[in-house]
Design a protein around this ligand. Structure first.
Ligand SMILES: Cc1cc2nc3c(=O)[nH]c(=O)nc-3n(C[C@H](O)[C@H](O)[C@H](O)COP(=O)(O)O)c2cc1C
Ligand SMILES: Nc1ncnc2c1ncn2[C@@H]1O[C@H](COP(=O)(O)OP(=O)(O)O)[C@@H](O)[C@H]1O
Length: 308
């Protein structure tokens, strides 16, 4: 799959079959839509193109609302490549971009750079200043600009929207197994290893403290998880605590910490990818460090069983 970040450099895509959207999560509902686009492109001898925006439009339009992204761009790109889509066009979303009239958007963003053969979108897709553009407006301009419009069945669109919301809520609530089932894979989060209180190694369980790479990504709810940790493309089992560490601290900041099995290495500054396999238990306040350590032994056994 080709990744394009400059819409002025899009020459050479033959008979572009274009769909548009954020596709956050790339879950089963999104895959059903993207597979229609891929199949359609094959049938008419065109190339499949997904036009997406970065940052997420809501981040630019409503900067104070929490975003709760499921797949940051890098991960989304990998997952979309796996669906057979041939081109992804990442359009920078800015306030100026959002101010384009719907007519200018059609001409300047779709028609001039892409010369689409077909645009495949749903009834709920809106674009242009004040979201005034939609499939009806695209249909009206079809004869002028010479593209076809194919509507994605409303049922597919509604299913996809419902799934995104359910997945986001499940992750937030710590219902990881449920989220994983809906995603069709393990939920992953990437982060950099930062310094903590240096207590972990004294307990016999050093824990790499994780600062998420994308601050807008959904962090699973407070609790203890069995995880798979990818370091330099090698996978390790591990156990992760997301919480306030009430036994040893009084902070209100949620900390993400992972103890990785079968590794002893200085990881500060490295980027880890954490795959959440299952939730093991709630966070607890223990009356002594000995009790916490005993629980960590039990967690390790439970995590190893959960990871298989
Ligand atoms: C698998 C796992 C489970 C944990 N469970 C708890 C818990 O239930 N309650 C708690 O107060 N701290 C818990 N912790 C965190 C410890 O309190 C400890 O502070 C931390 O691992 C060390 O922090 P540091 O990396 O900043 O030195 C857990 C840590 C891990 C890795
Ligand atoms: N098996 C392991 N799991 C996690 N971190 C490890 C492991 N082995 C070594 N480390 C290193 O130890 C650090 C965690 O030790 P810890 O005493 O908890 O310090 P901190 O409070 O800074 O996290 C990690 O950031 C990493 O560099």
């Amino acid at each position: 799959m080709a990744v394009h970040t400059d819409i002025s450099q899009l020459k050479g895509i033959s008979r572009p079959i274009v769909t548009i959207g954020t596709f956050d999560g790339v879950h089963a509902g999104h895959k059903a839509i993207l597979s229609k686009v891929v199949t359609y492109a094959r049938e008419v001898g065109g190339e499949s193109v997904l036009l997406t925006f970065e940052p997420h439009p809501r981040k630019v339009l409503f900067p104070t609302q929490p975003l709760g992204i499921i797949t940051p761009l890098q991960r989304k790109t990998e997952l979309i490549a796996a669906t057979g889509i041939q081109h992804i066009v990442v359009v920078p979303f800015t306030k100026e971009f959002a101010a384009l009239s719907a007519e200018d958007y059609i001409k300047n963003v779709l028609v001039d750079p892409l010369r689409p053969h077909t645009i495949i979108i749903g009834y709920d897709h809106h674009f242009g200043h004040d979201r005034t553009g939609n499939i009806d407006l695209l249909r009206r301009y079809a004869p002028t600009y010479g593209y076809n419009i194919v509507e994605i069945p409303a049922q597919l669109i509604d299913q996809a929207t419902v799934s995104s919301t359910k997945i986001r809520k499940a992750i937030l609530a710590g219902h990881i197994a449920e989220a994983n089932t809906m995603l069709g894979r393990e939920y992953t989060l990437e982060g950099t290893v930062v310094h903590g209180k240096k207590l972990g190694r004294e307990l016999g369980y050093p824990t790499a403290n994780i600062a998420p790479l994308n601050a807008d990504q959904v962090v699973p709810g407070i609790g203890i998880y069995a995880v798979r940790v990818r370091i330099d493309n090698v996978l390790y089992g591990g156990m992760m605590s997301i919480g306030l560490n009430p036994t040893v601290s009084h902070t209100q900041d949620v900390k993400l910490e992972v103890n990785i099995f079968d590794i002893d290495a200085d990881l500060y500054g490295q980027v880890l990818e954490i795959g959440f396999a299952d939730r093991l238990r709630n966070e607890q306040k223990f009356s002594s460090l000995e009790e916490l350590i005993a629980q960590l032994h039990a967690d390790k056994a439970a995590a190893m069983a959960a990871l298989g």
